[in-house]
Design a protein around this ligand. Structure first.
Ligand code: ATP
Ligand code: SF4
Ligand code: MG
Length: 338
């Protein structure tokens, strides 16, 4: 079995507000193996971006903090690292692509200069070497006439081209882990498909691991080896992509799948929607955090938070419906809700 590259262990991260500390992630655990694509899915506000910011330790710059737990990268903890050390890891060994390519690029520098800057910073390349590599990277991400494009500014390029540039910057230092937070939602459907193809091809060529954050189960189906489903700050289900799509366990996952156009469960051309809305992070219900929206809620669900139950090998769900199931994975319970 491939080695674990990243291991998130019972990570609680959040924000200090006038109501005290509110948890945006609640004891979440998740691991990513070398060369693997893990998709983190869930509705808006479920804590997906906070998870990525915590891994990168950028959460402190967003006014938040890690309260408990750790993130192990190659077995070494990141949660207590000095920011000075994190700067050597960020953009170098772990790179990130954000949702909006325009806001990730600096309007006053050419795209070639922006890629070259990353190479100068992390790989001590001189100006000439860095620019040559920047042009090679633009070619790698499928930008035609890269020598000419390198001299252009972001506003001279389309959204899809800018996202390719952002990917080139992320790949400049040959990262071991690429975190892509909704990398295609700002793009139209055709360009989305091209960018996803590009990520897949680059992963094969470079052998990196990808944590892909998306609210789109269709994207997850296409890209993921493994899927983790997040709801209101907790990972409520995790398993191989085939398991999640063929044997979804958690009622929330089932709801997400039924809301995909064309997926079985869609009745009479009408899309299923999960009733209600995700609660604000400072107003979680008692017991199972999904219970007010769950069509299968039982008495215990209203009072007691479920722990993780193994529903199959390497497939866990935090749901009382699986309390009798006893598939031993060695992982045990733990990333449950509180
Ligand atoms: N800087 C902040 N200060 C206070 N609360 C925040 C901050 N950033 C995020 N949150 C809260 O943390 C929770 C999780 O937010 P997060 O951005 O991780 O959601 P998400 O799953 O990425 O959603 P989306 O799909 O909309 O991007 C939300 O309730 C959000 O309001
Ligand atoms: S624990 Fe209960 S309320 Fe929560 S998802 Fe399972 S059945 Fe529904
Ligand atoms: Mg987000």
């Amino acid at each position: 079995m491939a080695e674990e590259l990243l291991e998130i262990r019972k990570l609680t991260a959040g924000f200090v507000t006038d109501k005290g500390f509110v948890k945006a992630t609640d004891q979440i655990s998740l691991s990513i193996k070398k060369g693997e694509t893990v998709c983190l899915v869930g509705e808006s506000g479920s804590g997906k971006s906070v998870t990525s910011l915590a891994i990168m330790r950028l959460i402190e710059y967003a006014g938040g903090m890690i309260l408990e737990g750790d993130i192990h990268f190659h077995g070494q903890g990141l949660a207590a690292r000095r920011q000075e050390d994190m700067r050597k890891i960020r953009g170098n060994r772990i790179a990130m692509i954000f949702q909006d390519p325009m806001s990730a690029l600096n309007p006053v520098f050419t795209v070639g200069e922006q890629i070259a800057e990353s190479l100068r910073l992390h790989q001590n390349k001189n100006n000439q070497e860095a620019m040559k590599m920047a042009i090679d990277l633009l070619r790698l991400v499928g930008i035609p006439a890269p020598e000419i494009r390198a001299k252009q500014y972001p506003h001279e390029m389309s959204g899809g081209m800018c996202q390719r540039v952002v990917i080139a910057i992320a790949l400049a230092c040959n990262p071991e882990l690429l975190i892509a937070d909704e990398p295609t939602t700002a793009l139209d459907v055709t360009v989305q498909a091209q960018i996803l193809d590009l990520l897949r091809r680059l992963q094969e060529e470079m052998g990196m691991s990808i944590l892909l954050i998306t609210h789109d189960m269709g994207v997850a189906a296409e890209m993921a080896d493994r899927i983790a489903v997040m709801y209101a700050g907790a990972i409520v289900e995790e398993g191989a992509v085939g398991e999640i799509f063929e044997h979804p366990a958690h009622p929330y996952t089932t709801g997400l799948l039924q809301s995909i156009p064309g997926f079985e469960g869609e009745r009479g051309g009408e899309l299923f929607t999960i009733r209600g809305t995700i609660p604000p992070i400072d107003q979680l219900p008692s017991g199972c955090r999904f219970h007010p929206r769950c069509p299968q809620a039982m008495d215990i669900c209203r009072n007691q938070a479920p722990i993780d139950f193994m529903v199959a090998k390497d497939h866990r769900a935090a749901c009382w419906l699986f309390a009798d199931q006893s598939v031993d994975s060695g992982k045990g319970e733990g990333a449950g809700q509180s």
